[in-house]
Design a protein around this ligand. Sequence first.
Ligand SMILES: C[S@@+](CC[C@H](N)C(=O)[O-])C[C@H]1O[C@@H](n2cnc3c(N)ncnc32)[C@H](O)[C@@H]1O
Length: 291
Amino acid sequence: MAGKKMDTRELGLILGKALLDVDDLHYGLWGDDLEQNIANLSIAQQRYSDKLLDALPPVGDEPVRVLDIGCGTGHLLKQMLERGYAADGLIPCPYLAADVRQRLADIPDHGATVFETGFEVFNAEAYRDYYDVALFSESFQYIEMETAFKQLHTILKPGGRVIICDFFKTAAHNDGGPGSKSFGGGHKLAAFYKRLNASPFEVRVDEDITESVSRNIALLDDLLRNRVKPATDAIGQFLRENYPLSFKALGFLFRRRWAKIRYKYLSGNRSAEVFTRYKSYHFLILEKAAV
Ligand SMILES: C[S@@+](CC[C@H](N)C(=O)[O-])C[C@H]1O[C@@H](n2cnc3c(N)ncnc32)[C@H](O)[C@@H]1O
């Protein structure tokens, strides 16, 4: 199935990856033993990936089939294949899908399928009771929840696992406090639990990792305000001085979007405190009832 056009959130992820020169598109897991700096970001991100890898059932005689939903650049997918999992990836963005295929190219006979589609429209019937694990690494928030639960129930074997590592909106969502609109994304946590309780999935693990993940925020804020902002300011000044009329027209056309970008990314509202107030980051393992 054909992938969709790149949207602004995916553009943001791709630009972030290029700026930071990292392989993963998720936050990291930080602790007091790891100094917060850009050089340590890939270590923190690998700790996060290791947490997900540790949650997989062990590889035995039978293949353990995993679907990495929203597999980003394929870094985790590759690690699963290298550990002997029969893993597939699913990604709606053609640009990232090409990245994933390139990353897997050096694993001989990896056998992985990269489905280029959104999970909501994935042909789940064709994979009924097929997967042992469905995994979302910071990708659950992008997928309409009702459809996600139905699709998961179809593709998982009885006793199969859903692993979700992602953030959700807290009850403070949109309360108008400082920075209340600084972080987009995430399903409402209360709505998620309500849907989960009505589903045939049992919660095996539900760990709140907000504090550890939120330490990423200060790092990214520093990068945005001290590197990205001066660069965009300089480009803005160049355009204003050399193409004043076009600059004015563009400024007028994009004024709302630009104001939103400035508020969200460049105004100092992206702090760990604001993130913690409005987002709750969870590591979850759910299990489909065995029949
Ligand atoms: C924050 S990135 C995480 C990527 C990767 N899992 C990682 O941990 O590095 C979110 C991913 O979700 C994917 N995504 C967005 N909408 C999706 C959808 N409807 N179905 C499946 N994946 C989706 C994006 O293409 C992107 O790869």
